[in-house]
Design a protein around this ligand. Structure first.
Ligand SMILES: NC(=O)c1ccc[n+]([C@@H]2O[C@H](COP(=O)([O-])OP(=O)(O)OC[C@H]3O[C@@H](n4cnc5c(N)ncnc54)[C@H](OP(=O)(O)O)[C@@H]3O)[C@@H](O)[C@H]2O)c1
Length: 310
């Protein structure tokens, strides 16, 4: 009797927003490692999150099973002087994406931030700790989370912190540039957190997806289930000062790093002093083995070196 079963399952189609951002490009790096997914990358030309009302039309003709929302207004200081734009991108558009996900019965994985907290904790933040953002960026990201909770599509929110990668602009790349230009630098030592290598985050999100599925795991009789929040960063803890020291050490750059206080480096947006997040929930629910921040830093520096060689 002929075998009528399809030999392969249909590929899950992942729609990734923010294709030219750090996380978006980190997903692009992993495409060959995850052949079970079809990746659809969209940039602001195809999907402009500053125009929430345009999103439904922009996605009308695209078929997908999951949205991974990597796009955001991430210019934390600039957001203080353009709150409407930050709100459109980080809140109103997230609301629209959630509505679209709900209507189409597809999952939405949304990335949020440690900036939803006030940074006054003395122990790692858990997902249910009270939120109290101290900046426009943090506030708009929180409103995005809250809209998601109200609309409650399938999927989850993953909060992360201190993201860096070989792509775009970030602390690691700034330190590598400054380290070649200067022989000493003042770096803040009274803000602590955990860096996140964007490749590790992208990989973790793909592992999550494997397990949460997108089909009917939140069926009609489960719609009042609360959209889960997870915390993800690399393992370990450091200050920006420690982070800079490690970058110079691993990159073999001789730079004297002087510890300075937050008050000595005023910025338009207030940064949390304590950004550490407890990752027990994501590790337990998905069996993730999260790399230590210094090992991931080394991996990123290796990637940067390889790219420069090519
Ligand atoms: N970076 C961090 O330290 C950090 C920390 C905690 C949480 N997060 C969160 O992690 C996620 C990924 O961050 P990331 O570091 O990858 O950010 P990123 O490198 O700044 O990338 C942000 C992306 O959003 C896109 N974008 C901005 N405005 C847009 C618009 N109007 N329409 C469409 N796309 C727009 C950007 O497009 P263009 O390239 O065209 O500008 C870019 O691709 C974000 O949700 C962020 O809030 C980041």
């Amino acid at each position: 009797m002929p075998n009528t079963l399809p030999s392969t399952l249909p590929k899950q189609r992942l729609l990734i927003t923010g294709k030219s951002g750090q996380l978006g490009q980190s997903f692009a790096k992993l495409v060959n490692e995850y052949p079970q997914y079809d990746f659809i990358f969209l940039g602001r030309e195809q999907l402009d999150l500053s125009q929430p009302d345009s999103l439904e039309r922009a996605l009308e003709s695209i078929e997908f099973d999951t949205i991974i929302n990597c796009a955001a207004h991430t210019a934390v200081d600039k957001a203080e002087s353009e709150p409407e734009l930050a709100d459109a991108i980080n809140h109103q558009s997230v609301k629209q994406l959630a509505q679209i996900a709900k209507q189409r019965n597809v999952a939405l994985i949304h990335i949020s931030t440690d900036y939803v907290f006030d940074g006054k904790n003395h122990k790692p933040y858990i997902e249910t700790d009270p939120v109290d953002p101290q900046s426009i960026y943090g506030l708009t990201k929180l409103k995005g989370e809250q809209a998601l909770h109200r609309i409650n599509p399938k999927g989850c929110i993953v909060r992360t912190s201190w993201v860096y990668s070989e792509f775009g602009n970030n602390f690691v790349k700034t330190m590598l540039r400054l380290g070649k230009e200067r022989d000493q630098l003042g770096i803040i030592f009274d803000q602590v957190g955990s860096p996140t290598y964007a490749t590790d985050l992208a990989r973790a999100l793909l592992e999550l997806l494997k397990q949460i599925g997108t089909e009917d795991d939140k069926s009609d009789n489960q719609t009042d289930e609360v959209l889960p929040i997870y915390h993800y960063s690399n393992e370990g803890v450091c200050s920006w000062y420690d982070f800079a020291k490690a970058i110079f050490e691993l990159a073999e750059l001789t730079v004297k790093v002087n510890p300075i206080e937050t008050k000595d480096y005023p910025t338009p947006a207030k940064r949390p002093h304590y950004s550490l997040m407890n990752k027990a929930k994501i590790k337990q629910d998905f069996g993730l083995d999260i790399p230590y921040w210094k090992d991931s830093l080394q991996a990123c520096l290796n990637e940067l070196q390889n790219t420069n060689k090519n």
